[in-house]
Design a binder for this molecule. Structure first.
Ligand SMILES: [Zn+2]
Length: 449
């Protein structure tokens, strides 16, 4: 309260006093003193009350400010806004390892019946696979304490998404496949440390790099042959979406490597429904592996379950046995390099050959090794790597022969590798035409005229 207001008050009080004075004309000193005493008490009380009011209003103000900044207020604000907003909620969930749609939905307080319904449907339609680090979009509606699903959207691979929408009490499930355009691209690089790193640097997708390594696997040993400064080039298909983002890759049409001072170029060629890679002379890149890497032998035990001749119990025989007299030469069933040439477990004297990134062959029970056969040596198909014997766990002279595909033993007698032949006649003519077309396109894509 301002000073002006206080003096107004005093004036009006004096005015009242004057009126009192006028009313009670007869005054004595005692009465006058009493009057003054009341005035003084009233004045003191007044000051006290005014201060008190001031103090309370200040306190209230500061309390309100701290209230605005408090969590309590934020909670209330959220509560108010939540009540003002619709019952619909939108969530984006980032998929973790081992998540399933069922498990994700459980996190959003969704009715069990709805979760089961959706989970059953997507499993039936084979749309239930979700992958870590992809995003699931969920829209829910709150109804009586639980959430109902309005829509659900998630990708199942690079180009396919699943969209689930509520339709009354049912759900419509739709698969959306991105419309992709195919384009062809040529990328090349000089190898610095290794093929993989240099290919990544050139912008080549990992699956194309792996395919590239597979194509050259019979020709190039990527650990030993590559020198700094070697080169490669790859011409392949990419699938792009409307934003020019590469969503998938197609096949390699042409690939070349400049290694050991030689250039090796390989062309994709399809004839008679068989597709493969061939060099400029029409020679297939895939060199077949021999089914019987030994001459004049008899197949004595095939791949499969059998009673083990020494151990006596039934055991999967993971190779093929060829009975032959001790000393019969054993050939490398394909070109490659020696992984191992030494005694190995029950195999006795043992040789294994790595042919490419996929195939390894192994030979056991040898009486001795071929001349010059030791770890790391490169061998050509047909080279003598050892001689039949009965070393290790063996009942008589025979060759135990194994073919390993990606580290897994397979039945060598059922091996279906393309013949590794040179294209001839009609196939060769078609190849020449296709090869020229590829060369023209390649020059175009490289920017040559
Ligand atoms: Zn065997």
């Amino acid at each position: 309260m301002s000073k002006g207001k206080i003096s107004d008050f005093l004036n009006s009080y004096i005015g009242i006093n004057k009126r009192i004075k006028n009313t009670f004309i007869v005054l004595n000193k005692k009465k006058y003193f009493l009057n003054f005493f009341f005035l003084a008490v009233f004045f003191v009380l007044y000051i006290l009350i005014v201060n008190q009011i001031k103090f309370y209003s200040k306190l209230k103000e500061s309390n309100f400010n701290s209230f605005l900044e408090s969590n309590e207020f934020n909670n209330i604000k959220e509560y108010i806004f939540e009540n003002l907003n619709s019952p619909y909620r939108e969530y984006t969930y980032s998929v973790e390892n081992n998540d399933t749609i069922e498990r994700v939905l459980k996190k959003y307080n969704i009715e069990k019946r709805e979760i089961n319904k959706i989970a059953n449907e997507i499993v039936k339609k084979k749309l239930s696979n979700i992958y870590a680090n992809t995003k699931i979009k969920i829209i829910t509606k709150k109804v009586k304490g639980t959430n109902k699903i309005i829509s659900l959207f998630y990708p199942i691979d690079a180009i396919t998404s699943v969209e689930i929408k509520r339709n009354g009490d049912e759900f419509n499930i739709a698969k959306t496949v991105l419309k992709l355009k195919k384009r062809e691209i040529v990328l090349s690089n000089i190898i610095k440390n290794n093929l993989y790193g240099s290919a990544v640097e050139a912008g080549i997708e990992p699956n194309i790099i792996i395919e590239f390594a597979n194509i050259f696997g019979f020709e190039v040993d990527f650990q030993r042959d590559i020198r700094t400064g070697d080169k490669f080039e790859v011409y392949y298909e990419q699938y792009i979406d409307d934003d020019n983002v590469v969503r998938n890759t197609g096949k390699i049409i042409y690939a070349s490597m400049f290694v050991n001072n030689k250039e090796l170029a390989l062309y994709n060629f399809k004839y008679d429904n068989k597709e493969g890679y061939y060099d400029v002379d029409g020679k297939s890149v895939i060199k077949t592996l021999m089914k019987t890497p030994i001459n004049g032998a008899r197949l004595s035990s095939s791949f499969g379950m059998r009673k083990h001749p020494i151990l006596g119990y039934n055991k999967l025989h993971q190779g093929t046995d060829f009975a032959a007299p001790t000393g019969t030469p054993i050939m490398a069933s394909g070109s490659g390099f020696i992984l191992r040439a030494q005694k190995y477990k029950g195999y006795g004297n043992y040789v294994s050959i790595k042919h490419n990134s996929t195939y390894v062959t192994a030979y056991g029970h040898m009486s001795k090794y071929g001349r010059g056969i030791k770890k790391g040596v490169r061998v050509k198909q047909g080279r003598i790597i050892g001689y039949v014997g009965s070393t290790g766990m063996s009942t008589g002279p025979h060759l135990h022969y194994e073919v390993l595909k990606n580290g897994k033993r397979i039945n060598s007698q059922r091996l279906k590798l393309p013949s590794g032949k040179i294209l001839s006649n009609e196939a060769r003519n078609k190849f020449e035409v296709d090869r020229i077309k590829i060369d023209v396109k390649l020059a175009e894509l490289r920017g040559e005229k």
